[in-house]
Design a protein around this ligand. Structure first.
Ligand SMILES: *Cc1c(COP(=O)(O)O)cnc(C)c1O
Length: 407
C-alpha cells in the first residue's frame, strides 16, 4: 500500500503504510446478522442469555460478551476496535462526547493530593474542568505555556501523576514535542502522558508511538467528519483504558449505537478527507499569508510558524485548521465572516464543510477583552476549518471577502 500522501515534499512519511485500508477495514468484524457488509446497529439496551446458568457464568467471569448497554455494545465495540488500530493502541473506549472522554479519563486516573500539569492553549472546557472541578476534589494543577519543555519539567513535583497536552492546539496550532514530554517519565515513572490529538487525527500524528500513554480525540470533529454526531474516545494501553471504561460504566457516558454507526461510516473516509484537507489548508494558508489584508497566519505547514520544524519532523500532515489575524477591527472581522458565502459561520471543525469562526466573539465570548488579550486571543483573529470543497472555491470565497477590507 502507498504511504500517507505527503502534503509537501519536506514532510516525513507516515509510519503506517496502510492507513486507508485500516480506515475501511479495521475493527470491522464480519457479523452474520443479515449477511450485512456494514456493521449492524445493535439497537438494544440489554442482551439475552440462554439460561440463568449462562447469566451466572457470565457474572462469574467465565464468559466475555455483551450484557447490558452501559457496559458495552457490539456496534460501539466495532468502532472502538477501529479507533484502537488507527492510533496503534491496545484498546479504546468510546464516550458520548469528547468532553465526556476527557472528564471520565481524568477522574479515572487522578485522586486526592495528585498533581496534574496542563499545557496552555488547551481546550477551554478541559482547562475549566481541571481548574474548577478537579481542584474541588483535592487535585492540584499547574498550567505551563505550550511548547515550553523546560517550564513543563520545572512544574513536575513528586505528586505529579499526569501531563495533559494537546497537539496541535486551538487556535494557534502549536505542536507538542510529545517525545520530549514523554522523556520526563524516565525521572518520574508513575507519570502518565495524555495527548488530546483531536486536531491531528491518527492520519497526521501518532502520539502513542511517540511515548504518550493515552490519546484522546473528540470524534465529533475529523473522525466523524460530517457534523452529524458527538463522540469522544480514549485510546492506549489496555490496563489504563480498562480503568477508564470501568468508570464509564459508573458515570454512564456511553455512546449511542446509532452514533457509533455514523462514526464507523465517517472513519472509512478519514484518510481521504484528511489528506485533502491537509493539502487545501496549506494552499489556503499560503494564499492568506500573501494577502495584504492579513496581518499574520498560524499554520504549522508554513515556515513562519514557530513549530514548523517540529511539525515536519513529527507529523505526516499539518491539518485542516488555519488561524489568521485580519488587519481590521473586531466589527470588521465579524462583517468579513458574515460576507462569506461558502464558509459557514459555526463553532467546531474537522467536517466536510468549511467552517469559519471568530474566537473573540464565539469560543472566547465570555471573557473580557483584557482576559482575551492575556491569553493572546486577538479581536480580529479568525479560525478557519477547511472542508473538502474545491480548493479554488474556498480561496475565491476568502479572496472576495478579504478584498472588501480596506487596509
Ligand atoms: C471539540 C473538542 C473537544 C470536546 O469535544 P466534544 O465532542 O465537543 O465534547 C475536546 N478537545 C478538543 C481539542 C476539541 O476540539
Amino acid at each position: 500500500m502507498p504511504a500517507v500522501v505527503s502534503v509537501s515534499s519536506t514532510i516525513s512519511e507516515g509510519s503506517s503504510s496502510s492507513l486507508h485500508t485500516a480506515c475501511v477495514r479495521a475493527g470491522q468484524p464480519r457479523q452474520d446478522a443479515l449477511n450485512a457488509v456494514t456493521t449492524p446497529i445493535a439497537c438494544t439496551a440489554t442482551f439475552a442469555f440462554g439460561s440463568s446458568t449462562e447469566l451466572r457464568d457470565h457474572f462469574e467471569g467465565k464468559t466475555s460478551r455483551e450484557e447490558y448497554g452501559r457496559y458495552g455494545n457490539p456496534t460501539v465495540s466495532a468502532a472502538e476496535q477501529k479507533l484502537a488500530v488507527l492510533d496503534g493502541g491496545e484498546d479504546a473506549s468510546l464516550f458520548a462526547s469528547g468532553m465526556n472522554a476527557v472528564t471520565t479519563t481524568l477522574l479515572a486516573l487522578l485522586k486526592k493530593d495528585d498533581h496534574v500539569v496542563l499545557t496552555s492553549d488547551c481546550y477551554r472546557r478541559t482547562r475549566l474542568f481541571v481548574k474548577n472541578i478537579l481542584t474541588r476534589f483535592g487535585v492540584a494543577a499547574t498550567l505551563v505555556p505550550a511548547g515550553d519543555i523546560a517550564a513543563l519539567e520545572a512544574a513536575i513535583t513528586p505528586d505529579t501523576r499526569l501531563v495533559v497536552t494537546e497537539s496541535p492546539t486551538n487556535p494557534y496550532l502549536r505542536v507538542a514535542d510529545i517525545a520530549a514530554i514523554a522523556r520526563i517519565k524516565t525521572k518520574q515513572p508513575r507519570l502518565k502522558v495524555l495527548v488530546d490529538a483531536t486536531f491531528a487525527t491518527p492520519i497526521n500524528q501518532k502520539p502513542l508511538s511517540q511515548g504518550a500513554d493515552l490519546v484522546i480525540h473528540s470524534c465529533t470533529k475529523y473522525l466523524g467528519g460530517h457534523n452529524d454526531l458527538l463522540a469522544g474516545v480514549v485510546i492506549g494501553d489496555a490496563g489504563l483504558v480498562s480503568l477508564v471504561r470501568d468508570l464509564r460504566s459508573v458515570l454512564g457516558g456511553v455512546l449511542d449505537p446509532h452514533a457509533a454507526y455514523l462514526l464507523l461510516r465517517g472513519i472509512k473516509t478519514l484518510a481521504l478527507r484528511v489528506e485533502r484537507q491537509n493539502k487545501t489548508a496549506l494552499a489556503v494558508a499560503r494564499f492568506l499569508e500573501a494577502h495584504p489584508a492579513v496581518e499574520c497566519v498560524f499554520y504549522p505547514g508554513l515556515p513562519s510558524h514557530p513549530d514548523h520544524a517540529l511539525a515536519v519532523r513529527t507529523m505526516s500532515g499539518f491539518g485542516g485548521v488555519v488561524s489568521f489575524v485580519l488587519r481590521t477591527t473586531l466589527e470588521g472581522t465579524a462583517r468579513a465572516l458574515d460576507a462569506c458565502q461558502l464558509a459557514t459561520v459555526a463553532p467546531s471543525l474537522g467536517s466536510v464543510e468549511t467552517l469559519i469562526e471568530q474566537p473573540a466573539i464565539m469560543s472566547h465570548y465570555e471573557m473580557t477583552p483584557e482576559e482575551r488579550a492575556a491569553i493572546g486571543i486577538r479581536e480580529s483573529l479568525v479560525r478557519l476549518s477547511v472542508g473538502i470543497e474545491d480548493e479554488a472555491d474556498i480561496v475565491a470565497d476568502l479572496e472576495r471577502v478579504l478584498g472588501t477590507i480596506t487596509v
